[in-house]
Structures are given as structure tokens and as C-alpha cells.
Design a binder for this molecule. Sequence first.
Ligand code: ATP
Ligand code: MG
Length: 629
Amino acid sequence: MNFAEFYQRSIDTPEQFWRDEATLIDWNIPHTQVLDYSRPPFAKWFVGGRTNLCHNAVDRWCATQGDKAALIAISTETNTEKTYSFNELQSEVERCAAIMLALGVGRGDRVLIYMPMIAEAAFAMLACARIGAIHSVVFGGFAANSLASRIDDAKPALIVSADAGSRNGKAIPYKHLLDAAIELSNAKPAKVLLVDRGLAPMALVAGRDVDYATLRAVHLDARVPVTWLESNEASYILYTSGTTGKPKGVQRDVGGYAVALASSMKYNFCAKAGETFFATSDIGWVVGHSYIVYGPLIAGMASIMYEGLPVCPDAGIWWSIVEKYKVTRMFSAPTAIRVLRKQPPEFMRKYDLSSLRALYLAGEPLDETTSQWIAGELGVPIIDNYWQTETGWPILSIAKGVEDRPTRLGSPGVAMYGYKVKLLNESTGEECGANEKGVLVIDGPLPPGCMQTVYGDDRRFVDTYWSTFAGRQVYSTFDWGVRDADGYYFILGRTDDVINVAGHRLGTREIEESISSHANVSEVAVVGVEDKLKGQVAIAFAIVKHAEQIATAEGRQALEREIMGVVDRQLGAVARPARVYFVPQLPKTRSGKLLRRSIQAICEGRNPGDLTAIEDPASLQQIKSALQV
Ligand code: ATP
Ligand code: MG
């Protein structure tokens, strides 16, 4: 098939296009209308249709491949590994659903899931989907304050949690955080369901807290039929990472999401039922929702759920999993690949990776160096894909399942079917031509699977996302991009990551890409810092590959000069960073996104802001120390 034609059909005749795609999933009652866009920008897909995410992910496959692997839960933290067949998964989900029903959870009620990467977290998500409860997964280990604000926003009837997560072999107790969060919140849940992993002591609050294992035993033989939901009922709420500000509760539907996932599994991930998918993300993020839990299962694939670090017990762990479970499609983030690049390559060469067909990367810009390195090591296509919590599935990528088009280094690819992607000039709002920088926007209606609204706040949905350009209602991604003459997009960073040096507007991302091409740089962050003379100057913080070079002051200076030279040659002296500092790590969110704003604040002597999503607070201290040297 020709992708250009395929794409054009999705844009010219969206209703026919998505009517066809809707047949990829099971419906209890077919829809009466493909799209209702009578109240833009609110789009309703498959109106009147009744379906269920859990049915499509689990029950549907029990009939044809009930004994095949569905969920493979691996923890290198607790050294446990367990495979659940579709039949077993169905039983576990029904038990969990029965527990929820017994605890008084009903259709439309919210269930907050604050869990580590254990199988019960997936059971809980699927159980909610089964009974029509709306789940809101909150990344495990978030501090009490961030948890409390999400509790207040979602007002859950039930919270599902565990005694502890684990990181690098150390238990991270959850229960006291949870208790503190509930204490802080105004919307207290009636019940708290707790999985006891035996990792940390846990005191149950009488009348509120209940034990998962005990109730599971009570409901061991429970049969809970699926609740058929109208396509536009809410399936879940997921808060954005909060890289740029207060997290927004992204609300998703049922039918549109199921169809979008089924389509993207087919066209983007070339899914084959019976094969194994491995997404290394976390269920607390959108990738975990779409491509650990729902997407692979809807496609009849086994999905690996991994708790642990990419380098423990050693840097070969992921590749040993690929070999053992014959993973065909793997999904990760550039940040993880950069971590692996710092390790000796022997670890990946030890394993038979012949089952692997492609590696998908998303979440942040994929620099060319990292992309080329991993492509060379794995010998499979590396497929970048650009999207957001808000969209639920890729906006830009290469749909190898439609046409085997080549990828282009540095580009996540072309606009995906259903997305009317455009670049608009920030000041005039005019559409950009080839190679012209603009804000990446999407014309409504957003395709199936994208957010319906901000939970409980339609106004905020319109004001935040659809009101950037006066007199024109378009969805803004708040990312800068440029498109080449062949329709390939390049993401140049977030609209608030642009710096202004003596009147020149520069994307910090471009400067980072340039610095990354230096052989001794494994990672870099560039921020704009206030400067009396020039308005702003670029400051770079780099992690080196070989530390010997920065052991002495002369070495550091030499490397700094080399790096400045690279930027001079590639982008011009105007983009040259005023300083390059060397740090052992960079402040990132737990989903691997650089906290440029916090770095910038520190450079300007301001408070680094809300840091609840930060991976390692020590990284901020390291920035401070580097500045003092
Ligand atoms: P918040 O919106 O709360 O600030 P966030 O934007 O970090 O949080 P996500 O929805 O997880 O939360 O991230 C989406 C963003 O990540 C995109 O808007 C883009 O900036 C970046 N991104 C994702 N994938 C890619 C990619 N393949 N290439 C470049 N950037 C990417
Ligand atoms: Mg965002």
C-alpha cells in the first residue's frame, strides 16, 4: 500500500476511513454515527456504538488463543517472573473486578491506581475497564503532595496501591506516602485496596484499608461479565508529566481509543497475534497505557511488564528478555538507550536478538548519534515516534505496516493517518512552507484515541489547547517543528524552550543536537540564561562518555572549546553556548524528560519550581556545583 494515499484517505474521507478501522475491534452494538463534530473542538467517535476495552484486550483472545501468553511480568527487583495466559489473565481480572464491585465501585466511578510495575497493576486497570470504572494511574513513588492533588482532582471511590515499589534492590515504601496524601486531600476515598508484596511494613487503617490477597481468595471463582459502554464514556484519566507546568487530567474515551490502538498496532507496530511486545515504559505514563497494557493485548500479543533498571543485574538484562521471550517489537525511550550506550557493548552482543524486528523510541528528541549507535548494535530499524499524553498514539512516525518507507535521521517521520498536522508561524499564524520553522498544530477534529477533554474542565481543554492562535481553532502541541520538502518533520523543542540571543531566536534542541555530535558527549542539556548584554545566552550542561578528558581543568577547558567549535561550525557562532559545564547526570522527570526549566532557574538563581516528578534530586545539586567551579 502507498502511505501517501492511505494518509490522504484518512484526511479526505475520515468517516469512511475510521468506519473501516472500527472493524478491527469487537463491538457489542455497532455505532450509528462515525463522528459527531457538532460541538468543536469536542469530537465524539463511533457514537451509539457499545464496546469494552477489557473485552477487546482479554476476552476476545480467550476464545482463539486462551493458552497463549498474554502478560509476562518480570521483576529484576524481586527476582520474579510470571507468565499469564489470556485465560489466566481473564481470571485474575475478573477476581479484581469482583473485589472492586464488592468494595462499592460502580460504572463511572474513579479508581486511582498508585502502583509499582507489578501484574496486579495491569489487573486493576483492566478490571476498571471491565466494569466501566474510570482509572487514573498515578506514577508509583510520586510524593504525597502530587498524589494528593490528583486525588482531589479525580475524587476516586477507591485507591489501589501496594506496600512498596523497588529500585535498584531497595524497597521504596508507598504506604506512608499514600496515607499522607489522603490526609492532605479533601476528597477521601472510601476504600484502599493494598497488595502486600512483603517489601515494607504496612499498617492497615481499620474500615478503609483492605488486603488484596485476602479478597482475591474470597473471589477466586468470580465471573464478572463485561459492562458494555457507549463509545464516548470515559475509560481513564491520565495526568501529563508536568514538564512544563501543572499536570492536566487527560480524559480518554472507550471506542475511539480501542480503534486507535488496534490501528496503530497494525500499521505502526506491525503487530502479529501470538508474538511478544516489550515496552520498557511504566504504567504511570501514557506509553504504559497504550503500549504495555491495552495496545499489545488488543492486538493479541503477549506484553512484557518489566520492573527494574535497564542495567541491573547488568546492561544485558533487556536483551536477555528479548532472547528468552522472542520479542519481535520493542518500545523504549532515547534516555534509556543513552544509558546503555555508556555501557560496554558486550552486554548486548551476548544474546540472540534475531527475533527482534524493530525498536521504537519516543518521549523526547532522538539525537542522531544515539539513533545510529543503537541501529548499528541491533541491526534493525529504529523508529522514532512523536506524540503526547494528550493524543494517546503517534502523531508523527513511519508506518512500516502500511508502507516500508525509509526513516530519516533526526526526524520522527511524517504525519500519521487521521492527524491534520500543520506548522504555523508563531506571530502571523500563517502556514509554514517547507523548511520553515513553526508551531506544530493539528486541525480538528482530533482522530480517535485522542483526549476528549481535560477531566472535569471543558473550559481548560479549550483554553489550553485550542486558543493559541487568535481567530483560529487549532490544537497546539506547544512544540516547534520544521518539515522538509518530502513531508518529514523535525521537532525543534517546546515552544517555551526557545531562547533569544541578541535578537536571534534559537531552539535549545538544535544546539543540543549539535553538541551531541561531539564524540565525547553522551548527553547534553542547553538552556537560555538571562544576560545583560544579549538578552539571553545559551548555557550547556554535558555528560561526557570518557571522564579522563575532564579530570583536569585544562582538559575541561579544551573540551569546552572543542564543543563550542562544533556548534560554531554547524550552527554558527550566534548559537555557541557561552559556557559548557560538565556534570555526572542531568535533572530529568521519571519519564526521562529533561527539566530544562529547573536548570534555567538554577542558572538564574531562582527557585527550581515543582520538582515532584524529578528522577534524582541530587542532579540539581550537581548543576549548582558545576556552576560554582
Ligand atoms: P506537560 O505537558 O505536563 O508539560 P509533557 O509534555 O512532558 O508534560 P508528555 O505528554 O509525556 O508530557 O510528553 C509529550 C512531549 O514530549 C511532546 O510534546 C514533545 O515535547 C516530547 N516528545 C515526545 N516524543 C517525542 C519525539 N519522538 N521527539 C521529540 N520530542 C518528543
Ligand atoms: Mg505536554
